[in-house]
Design a protein around this ligand. Structure first.
Ligand SMILES: Nc1nc2c(ncn2[C@@H]2O[C@H](COP(=O)(O)OP(=O)(O)O)[C@@H](O)[C@H]2O)c(=O)[nH]1
Ligand SMILES: [Mg+2]
Length: 342
């Protein structure tokens, strides 16, 4: 195992992913996920629907009604219950009204199709997959987000994905705030057999990521996935640390970090929206990954963020396993949101 995680060995003070034979922390076992054929994104989203991804705007009741003020208010209420913000809900209902006209709605199926198209229209401009160039300098992805949002897990999932696509991947343990965070990342490095650059807890996050970027360039690595802390002594301190990471990485490569990816827990509802706005204001995001859409996460959060922030969704997390990550797809997402019974 050690030869797989030896990046930066030559650097004094750099702790190289220590082999921990026999005492791997309890991680999710994805062996079943690896051997069994994975259902497609849409199937899996549909499987999650009963747990709350759907908007719950079944629209069956709408057949035979006109989109008058009462019906509009009812629709908006349903959207609010699904975590859609009020302004976004109003915009969606206005879009629906435009499509359906003011005559009596003939059938629920048609109304559903109109709602689906309204949602797709909102999400489409936000569906821009992350493209990793090959053969150039290492592409640095800085993972940002509050504690527990799923940063480290998403790094593990992405490492697996990119490696399977033939990219040379390295991880950087930039969350130096807690020892457990470093160990968690090292465990993901071992599971995916990719190098991890780490230092002691309390080390300077920017220095760890700078070291990783330098080692990555020397070793012809395509992509560095850098973890960061989700909480410091206070919010201003966290934002300052992230800004420093960005600044220091820029010394090695003026384009780095190439991706500033916010990881957001969709089950936080309106709080996720506020986090997105705050992080974007502080450091300028280039992408968002929404996690926990399999759990309490409701799709309405994505609609609100899509409406309020011009930042693309890159991936969605739909579980704790290494394979539970999908590229965000606006059409499929819109379809899943309006499934009856959601
Ligand atoms: N259900 C579910 N759990 C997730 C998902 N992503 C992460 N988690 C879990 O959320 C918890 C926090 O994740 P972690 O990666 O440690 O968050 P971090 O503090 O941002 O690094 C862990 O228990 C993960 O297994 C997801 O998409 N779905
Ligand atoms: Mg973490």
């Amino acid at each position: 195992m050690l030869q797989q995680i030896d990046a930066g060995r030559e650097r004094a003070g750099t702790v190289i992913g220590r082999p921990r034979a026999g005492n791997m922390p309890a991680m999710v076992d994805d062996s079943a996920a690896r051997s069994a054929p994975r259902a497609g994104f849409f199937q899996r989203l549909k499987q999650k629907l009963h747990r709350g991804l759907g908007l719950g705007v079944a629209l069956d009741w709408i057949a035979g009604r006109k989109l008058d003020e009462t019906v509009v208010a009812e629709l908006e209420d349903q959207l609010l219950l699904a975590d859609v913000g009020i302004e976004t809900a109003e915009r969606i209902v206005a879009g629906l009204r435009k499509r359906l006209g003011r005559d009596t709605v003939q059938d629920a199926e048609g109304a559903r199709a109109a709602l689906r198209e309204t949602l797709a229209e909102l999400l489409r401009p936000r569906a821009k997959p992350l493209v990793i160039p090959r053969g150039g300098k290492p592409f640095l992805v800085l993972m940002i987000g509050v504690n527990g949002s799923g940063k480290t897990t998403t790094i593990g999932k992405l490492a697996r994905r990119y490696k399977s696509e033939g990219l040379k991947v390295m991880l950087a343990a930039g969350d130096t705030y807690r020892a457990a965070a470093i160990e968690q990342l090292q465990a993901w490095g071992e599971r995916n057999a990719v190098p991890v650059v780490a230092q002691q807890p309390g080390a300077d996050s920017a220095a760890v990521i700078y070291d990783a970027l330098q080692a990555a360039e020397a070793r012809g690595i395509d992509i560095v996935l850098a973890d960061t802390a989700g909480r410091l002594h206070n919010q201003a301190g966290l934002m300052q640390e992230l800004a420093k990471v960005v600044r220091v990485a820029g010394r090695l490569d003026p384009h780095a970090p190439h991706e500033r990816m916010l990881v957001l827990d969709a089950s936080l509802g309106q709080n996720a929206v506020n986090q997105a706005l705050q992080f974007h204001q502080a450091i300028g995001l280039t992408g968002i990954t929404m996690t926990k859409l399999d759990g309490g996460g409701k799709g309405g959060v994505l609609l609100t963020i899509a409406d309020r922030l011009d930042v693309p969704f890159r991936y969605v997390g739909v579980g704790e396993d290494a394979a539970d990550l999908d590229v965000f797809d606006a059409e499929q997402f819109a379809t899943a949101l309006v499934q009856p019974g959601g």
